[in-house]
Design a protein around this ligand. Sequence first.
Ligand code: FES
Ligand code: FES
Length: 169
Amino acid sequence: MMNEMNDEITVTCRINGGEATLQGDPAGSTVSALRARGLYGVRETCGLGVCGTCTVLLDGEPVSSCILPLYALDGRNVQTVEGAANGEELSDLQKQFIESQAFQCSFCTPGFLASAQALLDQTEGELSWQEVEEGLQGHLCRCGSYEAINEAVRTCSRNRNCTAGCAAS
Ligand code: FES
Ligand code: FES
């Protein structure tokens, strides 16, 4: 539900499975709104929708939260990297990123995880190197961890037990 008052809006949505009410500039960015709620796993780099760092899942689809206006969240389901884990228990994909050492500084990792999760949720069977590369297009890793990230996602696709463990709630 959206209420307009004094150039601010109130947006009702679900964030990581829980009801949430956000208030602010309707054109304000989702990344700012999420970080203001303490969801610091959502990170901003370019602010232009070109690096993938700020990616979250919106109704299961990866979106750049730096260019997603607050008003667009009304009635939608948002999942951040915090919501992919089950409390203290990491998702299988998150565990595989650690196992494959698929990061160095990890600044890009939450964004990669969001798109990788969507890719796994929307496909079946073992993914090829090229399928993973195409699925993660638009994500930049300044540390150059692309090979390890690709391996982590392919390994998860091979196991496929990830689908239940990592699914968006
Ligand atoms: S910070 Fe959003 S795409 Fe770069
Ligand atoms: S691990 Fe450092 S930017 Fe990707």
